[in-house]
Design a protein around this ligand. Sequence first.
Ligand code: CP
Ligand code: NVA
Length: 311
Amino acid sequence: MKRDFLHVTDFTKAELNETFDIARKLKSKVRNGEEHHFFKGQSMAMIFSKPSARTRISFETGMYQFGGHALYLSPNDIGIGKREAVKDIARVISRYNNWIMARLFDHKYMLELAEYATVPVINGLTDYNHPCQIMADMLTIQEHRGTIEGQKIVFIGDGNNVCNSFLNFSTLMPFHLVIAGPEGYEPDAETLAYARDAGVSEIEIVHDPITAAKEADVIYTDVWTSMGQEAERQQRLMDFTSFQVNEELLAYAKSNAIVMHCLPAHYNEEITDEVLNGPQSVVFDEAENRLHAQKAIMVMLARSGGADIKL
Ligand code: CP
Ligand code: NVA
């Protein structure tokens, strides 16, 4: 049976820990120039309905490092759900390629793609979530803070796809998650209720960034206007003004707190140049970890499908 990675909750806590272990091993292989052609002769179709830098580059490079090949399919190529039905594309690609990675608008298309594909599907972001990002983020938090458990992670800004993935992750490992944004921009209500019901992490939703930032271990932010919301940009710029991550706000966090951003950043909107490029920022380690975390997810899925991969 093939297995997909559409949400972090598709993995158990033990599997998440195993994924992080694999990611660290793969990272050292890349650093040491050790060949690891685990997917020699395999190919990955990468479907993009939205733009991307990190997701495209890290998956394409990762597949190359695995001895395989990745095909970039731009928003103009497939027209998933428009030019062609999702279920047809899923079955057609499954006849050509060993893997599908997709970045789509509507999450229900992602679920349909996975339902009809007979090869593993990896979610490279939807309007709802961004599970590969959160895996890279958590790996980065482990590297810089030693552990995820018990950390005060403060997400400042829009309750968007990245924020929903933080909530999903909070059901698997215990930490203190504080989400601070303007009223009306809270994360997905069902996901929030699910995360609270799980009773694993302490979850707070607040509307004051200063209260949120106090004694934080991690300050995280993302754009105020996500891809697809461009028409709301002017309104959002006004609504989010007091939620900028700047030196003044960062001063409320622990003195050794780290600053994270999934990138791309809108400089001097959600984060200032000084903070993004300051001594507490780990955003480029975070970006690098997309590569290692995603390759580890692929190893996990392949092993579930019966592949004997030794690291
Ligand atoms: N963080 C992230 O997913 O970046 P891209 O949109 O550039 O892929
Ligand atoms: N929330 C952002 C994340 C980009 C990686 C967006 O969806 O545009």
